[in-house]
Design a protein around this ligand. Structure first.
Ligand code: ADP
Length: 376
């Protein structure tokens, strides 16, 4: 296959958290070498990689060092500064490209891109001042959600606005910085679709995942989502259309709201492996992590079929409050798998690992993983 980055080559990963770690595991299994750039010594991905460049993400000299030893460079999270990717793009294929990351790391650019291409999104307004926020809350109506344009994740940088009088407090609370105001959508469910797209433009999609959040952090994800087949197909078509419009190479996770009125709206894009796709590690013919490697290396994409329905439940640092959880108790359950990310310090709200359960139906898988987690 021309231009494919073949096993034995080195894959550079910007970001060394759990997503990088699971990509590195998939890459190592296929015979690649892996180099990681991340500021933290002994970060989750560095424990698996062949090389670790320990440096800040805006350190272009370090990024060049990574690029020099890599045959292709990818990312594990979209808040890597786009300028870092631009600095190495002349040296090595960077997938996804800085252009994609620039859109995905800025909510206003992201929502404008989606709306501009005709994809359905909640009503939104750009906000750059208190006056603009007050005008936006009149235009959008209440309740609404104020979100910072950059740097938000797991609900950080978000404020709900119940009435126009909340504007002053909310503007202060988000640090008086560039933001968007979004209509608050009454939700039936939250879904996500992970699309894989190769350099030639071929796409494959996983079945939609159905997700729940607790304290704005993903709590459980079930694949396939418990929705009618035509809705699942519609969600996949939407996600594949966005990946094509954005010209992503690699993975694109498309987070969606299923509104109570039955409409499907796009919430967020993540051009990387996604927490709601961890089920694929244990339950799919090809995991999202292996697909990321195949796609960025220009190799044929694998099957996205599931062997069985599966559900994951995240393990946050809070679980460690009374000491090490009872891993043997969950491992005694035959259809439950334990994934821990090798993080030294268990802080409240920090994603430390997840459990995955498979079953004959998505409902049973969800029940099984929740039962397992309750044993910890
Ligand atoms: P983050 O990037 O911090 O994860 P999101 O924009 O995905 O932020 O929001 C986190 C969660 O907050 C969503 O998964 C959803 O549960 C809720 N949420 C965010 N925006 C809206 C909205 N416009 N309407 C209803 N719920 C929302």
């Amino acid at each position: 296959m021309p231009h494919a980055v073949l096993p034995g080559s080195t894959i550079g990963i910007l970001g060394g958290g759990q997503l990088g770690r699971m990509m590195a595991i998939a890459a190592k299994r296929m015979g690649y070498r892996v180099a990681v750039l991340d500021p933290t010594p002994d970060c989750p991905a560095a424990q698996v990689a062949d090389d670790h460049v320990a440096a800040a993400y805006d350190d272009h000299v370090a990024a060049v060092l990574l690029a020099q030893q890599s045959d292709v460079v990818t990312i594990e999270f979209e808040n890597i500064p786009a300028a870092t990717l631009e600095a190495i793009e002349p040296m090595v294929p960077v997938r996804p490209a800085s252009r994609v990351v620039r859109v995905a790391q800025h909510r206003l650019r992201e929502k404008s891109f989606l709306a501009g291409h005709g994809f359905p999104v909640p009503a939104f307004c750009p906000v750059t001042s208190l006056e603009a926020l007050q005008a936006a809350s009149r235009e959008i109506g209440c309740p609404a959600v104020l979100k910072t344009a950059t740097g938000g994740y797991d609900g950080k940088g978000q404020q709900r606005i119940e009435s126009p009088q909340d504007a002053v407090g909310a503007w202060k609370a988000v640090g008086e910085r560039e933001a968007i105001l979004e209509e608050f959508v009454p939700l039936e469910k939250e879904l996500s679709v992970i699309v894989v797209r190769g350099p030639g433009g071929h796409t494959v999609c996983y079945p939609p995942s159905e997700n729940t959040h607790s304290r704005h952090i993903l709590d459980t994800a079930v694949m396939p989502a418990m929705v009618p087949p035509d809705l699942a197909r519609h969600a996949q078509k939407l996600a594949a259309g966005i990946a094509t419009a954005l010209d992503v190479v690699g993975l694109l996770a498309v987070e969606m709201f299923l509104a109570r009125d039955g409409g499907l709206l796009v919430n967020e894009l993540a051009p990387r492996p996604h927490n709601s796709g961890h089920q694929t590690f244990d339950a799919a013919v090809t995991s999202q992590f292996e697909q990321a490697i195949r796609a960025v290396c220009g190799l044929p994409l694998g099957s996205t079929a599931l062997h069985r329905p599966a559900a994951i439940a995240n393990l946050l640092g809070d679980l460690w409050e009374c000491g090490e959880p009872d891993w043997a108790a969950v491992l005694a359950l035959p259809d439950v798998k334990l994934h821990l990310y090798g993080k030294a310090e268990a802080r409240p709200g920090r994603k430390m690992g997840h459990l995955c359960a498979t079953a004959d139906t998505p409902q049973e898988a969800l029940q099984r993983v929740l039962t397992a987690r309750s044993l910890l």
